[in-house]
Design a protein around this ligand. Structure first.
Ligand code: ADP
Length: 254
């Protein structure tokens, strides 16, 4: 195969000991990664199974009684449609996560944060009819992949929408060598303990509550991957009951 063999002749005891140690470290790392991968596949299958079960039971109901009962027809078709949408969203997120960031096509260019925010917010407001307040007192240009930064912004706006009811604020500033985007909501907030875990794959603060709002707990783990790919920095701060602020720092263009 492609593996390099290590020449063990002329090695002292100390060298062999050091090698043995690195070998064990490697095994530990491999095992850890393997377990992570296993958990990922098992969680993903579980998440896909739930909507599939709904689709299965509604399609069988449709088959038995859909033709004779218009109410059942309507209800079933709507349920199947909405579950299919959820599965599509989940599959898209899974596909993105499965692809390592190194394999993502990252296309860095000079991008106006003001323009990017304006178009993203416009699309968001049209889609969700939510009040978004843009605060910007200067033009800020950054070096980034426009599509991916939009995705990152969207993840935080989407969460702000899901976990708050008031208006959402998006603020553009510059700090040192970074352009800064802040996405602020005045919603339910996240406790200190949960704040440490929300970036984990499939982690949701309150499963029951979040199932209704439709999240899979993958948005913020995607945000972490995007952060790396964009050489950006992402911070989340929050106070339970009063709201959440996400901060995205992106290198300024020069
Ligand atoms: P989801 O798709 O469930 O929103 P995320 O990975 O984006 O998944 O977020 C993980 C969890 O963190 C969410 O389920 C929610 O409990 C919590 N969370 C994220 N953003 C916010 C926010 N702006 N306000 C309150 N809770 C949030």
């Amino acid at each position: 195969g492609n593996f390099k063999r290590i020449d063990l002749s002329n090695k002292s005891r100390d060298e062999l000991h050091t090698m043995g140690q690195s070998f064990n470290d490697m095994i530990e790392l491999l095992e850890e990664n393997y377990k992570k991968q296993e958990r990922f596949v098992s969680n993903a299958s579980h998440e896909l199974k739930t909507p599939l079960t709904v689709v299965e039971s509604y399609s069988s109901l449709l088959k038995r009684r859909g033709l004779s009962d218009p109410d059942i027809f309507q209800e079933s078709v709507e349920a199947i449609n909405s579950e299919a949408e959820r599965m599509k969203e989940l599959t898209e997120q899974l596909l993105m996560l499965a692809k390592k960031d190194a394999q993502w096509n990252v296309n860095m260019e000079k991008v106006s944060l003001n323009q990017l925010v304006k178009t993203s917010v416009q699309a968001f407001v049209n889609a969700y009819d939510r009040n978004v307040d843009i605060q910007a007192d200067q033009e800020v240009n950054v070096t980034t992949d426009e599509q991916k930064l939009k995705q990152l912004l969207y993840i935080f706006m989407d969460n702000a929408k899901k976990y708050s009811e008031d208006k959402i604020t998006v603020r553009i500033t510059a700090m040192d060598s970074f352009g800064v985007l802040e996405i602020i909501d005045y919603g339910i907030g996240i406790s200190k303990e949960d704040l440490e875990r929300v970036f984990d794959r499939f982690y949701r603060v309150d499963e029951a509550r979040n199932r209704k709002s439709g999240g899979f707990g993958l948005g913020l783990s995607l945000a972490k991957e995007l952060e790396q790919a964009l050489k950006a920095e992402v911070f989340l701060s929050s106070e339970l009951g009063s709201g959440t602020k996400a901060m995205i720092k992106v290198p300024l263009s020069h």
